[in-house]
Design a binder for this molecule. Structure first.
Ligand code: CAA
Length: 377
């Protein structure tokens, strides 16, 4: 592993920083307040070539790697974590699944426009009775002629309602638990796909989180993603990569809170103290630790090495770090830290969510310990 960045990585980081400050920052508070998803931001990200960074140019992507991708998510989230998760779910979960398991036709129809930023992706796993226990899902897929008929509902779908492409997991063989689960590509506009309630959330408020219902939703058999019965593995493998995105997002949130604290100190002429210096240094050290863990997992993924354990460790550490750093930033900003205009109160709310989604941190501990034990037995 090299501890230096390529010129391309440095350039892209600088460009994303500039984009985030000029295009996202001015509306970040208002979008958070009114839970406003801004499609223009995704469109611009697509035009700048960042909606398919790790995919080859053949599939409309940027031909780069997962480390560069993690840096982009981090820099976006440093200013607006809602944009970070929007792009992370689009890339790590939805596009990755099609890139890895899709047929050539599926890649042309879905991955290409997704990588170009023309279509937004979403990932539908969680249900009312199956959150952490993902294998307990009840949405069914029944084969009828040249189609599968989907019935059931999915909860907490990031990009729900806004996305054009949904990766949906459903039970196609109830006798076989996880091995009876199959993945599908469902398109916005397919009959029987119904958008439900949009959630009113604590954090990442300008990303949409929505319930989806499937009422006799006929999905062409050509839209089955991967073999029948492979759905649970696809879901789990997607989440391994998704956790790198969330770790990068949490790292960006921590850095953003630190930036806001420094700005507060400068703006209000708050005198430096030993307490400030000690807190500032500790926060910066924890952020750097999260960054390195995140980059390690992303680097391993790019190199074709196993990365599930490293991704779960990075997600666990970075999300806990983000909450601690944001709490400290709010405390050090005093009453100002409790005001909307301080930004740190938004960062704190956003940070909390990273401990919960894409597998709660309790689930990360299970994943990590299982993988550690499998290495030693
Ligand atoms: N890669 C490949 N295969 C995997 C795998 C992985 N990471 N994890 C599990 N599998 C395979 C296992 O090898 C096993 O296959 P075999 O039977 O052939 O050996 C099979 O899948 C079942 O695995 P487990 O026995 O480990 O399954 P489990 O029921 O015990 O569950 C779990 C494991 C880790 C707890 C899992 O349910 C889980 O990850 N839960 C959390 C779900 C989650 O993260 N949800 C977040 C939703 S997305 C989100 O938040 C959205 C957002 O939009 C931001």
């Amino acid at each position: 592993m090299q501890f230096s960045y390529t010129q391309d990585q440095q350039d892209i980081r600088a460009k994303v920083r500039e984009f985030a400050l000029t295009k996202m920052e001015p509306t970040s508070e208002e979008r958070d307040e009114f839970e406003r998803f801004d499609r223009d931001i995704f469109d611009s990200i697509g035009e700048l070539g960042w909606s398919g960074i790790p995919w080859s140019q053949r599939f409309g992507g940027g031909g780069s790697d997962f480390l560069t991708y993690a840096m982009v998510i981090e820099e976006l989230s440093r200013v607006c974590a809602s944009t970070g998760v929007m792009l992370s779910v689009h890339t790590s979960l939805a596009s990755w699944a099609i890139h890895t398991y899709g047929t050539d036709a599926q890649k042309q129809t879905y991955l290409f426009p997704m990588a170009q930023g023309k279509k937004l992706g979403a990932y539908c796993l969680t249900e009312s009775e199956s959150g952490s226990d993902a294998g307990a899902m009840r949405t069914t897929a029944t084969k009828e002629g040249d189609a599968y008929v989907l019935n059931g509902s999915k909860l907490f779908v990031t990009n729900g309602g806004e996305a054009e492409v949904y990766i949906v997991f459903a039970v196609s063989d109830a006798q076989n638990k996880q091995k009876g689960t199959t993945a599908f590509i469902v398109e916005k506009g397919m009959e029987g796909l119904i958008f439900g309630t949009k959630e009113n959330k604590l954090g990442i408020r300008s990303s949409t989180t929505m319930e989806l219902r499937f009422e006799d939703c006929r999905v062409p058999a050509d839209n089955r993603l991967g073999p029948e019965g492979e759905g649970f593995r696809i879901a789990m493998r997607s989440l391994d990569g998704g956790r790198i995105g969330i770790a990068a997002q949490a790292t960006g949130i921590g850095q953003g809170a630190l930036d806001a604290l420094v700005a507060y100190q400068e703006q209000y002429g708050v005198r430096r103290s030993e307490l400030f210096d000690a807190s500032f240094s500790e926060m910066a050290s924890h952020i750097e630790g999260a960054r390195l863990l995140t980059y390690q997992a992303a680097w391993r993924k790019s190199k074709g090495l196993s990365y599930g354990k490293q991704a779960a460790i990075a997600k666990l550490f970075a999300s806990d770090m983000a909450v601690k750093v944001c709490l400290r930033a709010v405390q050090l900003c005093g009453v100002w830290g409790c005001l909307k205009e301080s930004k740190v109160e938004r960062y704190l709310r956003d940070a909390k969510v990273t401990q919960i989604y894409e597998g709660t941190n309790e689930i990360q501990r299970i994943v990590i310990s299982r993988l550690l034990l499998s290495e030693t037995t």
